[in-house]
Design a protein around this ligand. Structure first.
Ligand code: ZN
Length: 310
């Protein structure tokens, strides 16, 4: 049985603010690693584009981190910053799902328990077995451009603690409930810190950017249902897997887009439109993200997935 931690919570503004500015690569001039965004008095999110965001929840006895991003160096820097800021040790890492851009930085947490949903175990075992030859690295680098420079510091290992559908950290009204709902992937897990009205969403929310939903185990009803549940809770802030912290209005916009996309795919499939034509179909629902010059190569996988699921 793992210890339960009591969160330190005082009145919270729930207006995300950047604290301490941007953290660079040790003054080396290599560029910004992340921005620390204060989401609530006990939640800080590292916002950046090199893999997933990393979120930190401060409990009385220590810190719990969610996701490790792609970079061990970035995860280590954020962990150290939070240990100094909250003056307490790191207690655990929770990984929201077994996608490489969320787990490759996990060596920064090799001295604490690591929690993940057991449903993701096959994907974990797949990544741990990868032989990182030049061809494989080039393939992944086409999706994650910084992966070649992050690999030398990366150590992938199985989580130390698996949970099935629910993991509860904290106690009483300051409970942090982690639930595996599936959606983005079968192991997609997220956390609701009820006292703060904060959700740590993993890739169930990919804010202000084109979302990825191209896995065989992507489950649109489960995904939409989870977003709807958070809306019903009237949560105040959502820490996404990628992109900035959002509030309820943008959460609703994302949920509506997924509903529209599912309905659109179903309608066209019923009308006999091929999946190839759907990828570039002019009537695809307008995205909730900023315009781009062109869709990435993986977009076709996403459209195929929603087509197959229709
Ligand atoms: Zn993902």
């Amino acid at each position: 049985m793992r210890p339960l931690w009591c969160a330190v919570l005082v009145g919270c503004s729930l207006i995300p603010t950047v604290i301490g500015g941007a953290v660079d690569a040790g003054g080396s001039g290599e560029g910004r690693l992340y921005e620390s965004v204060a989401v609530s008095p006990s939640v800080v999110m590292a916002l950046h584009n090199n893999g997933s965001n990393i979120s930190c929840v401060a409990f009385d006895d220590g810190l719990v981190f969610f996701d490790a991003g792609l970079s061990t160096r970035t995860a280590s820097a954020f962990r150290h910053e939070m240990e100094v800021r909250f003056e307490r040790p790191t207690m655990a890492l929770v990984l929201t799902h077994a996608h490489l851009d969320h787990i490759l930085g996990m060596a920064a947490f090799d001295d604490v328990p690591v929690y993940a949903a057991a449903a993701g175990r096959p994907r974990w075992e797949h990544f741990i077995a990868v032989e990182w030859d030049e061809r494989t690295i080039a393939g992944y680098a086409s999706v994650f451009p910084t992966l070649p420079e992050e690999l030398p510091d990366a150590v992938l290992r199985l989580p130390t603690d698996w949970f099935s559908d629910e993991l509860v950290l904290g106690a009483a009204e300051h409970r942090l409930v982690v639930r595996r709902t599936g959606g983005h992937t079968v192991d997609s897990s997220s956390a609701v810190l009820g006292a703060d009205g904060v959700v740590i969403a993993g890739d169930l929310v990919q804010a202000r950017r084109r979302p990825y939903f191209g896995e065989p185990d992507t489950d649109f009803p489960a995904w939409i249902g989870t977003l709807s549940n958070w809306e019903a809770l009237a949560v105040k802030a959502v820490c996404p897997g990628h992109g900035p912290v959002i509030e309820l209005d943008e959460l609703r916009e994302i949920r509506v887009w997924f509903e529209d996309l599912s309905a659109w795919a179903s309608k066209l499939k019923t009308a006999g439109v091929s999946v190839e034509k759907m990828v570039s179909h002019p009537e695809i629902p307008d995205g909730y993200w900023p315009d781009e010059d062109a869709a990435p190569g993986w977009w076709a996988y996403c459209i195929k997935r929603v087509y197959d699921a229709s």
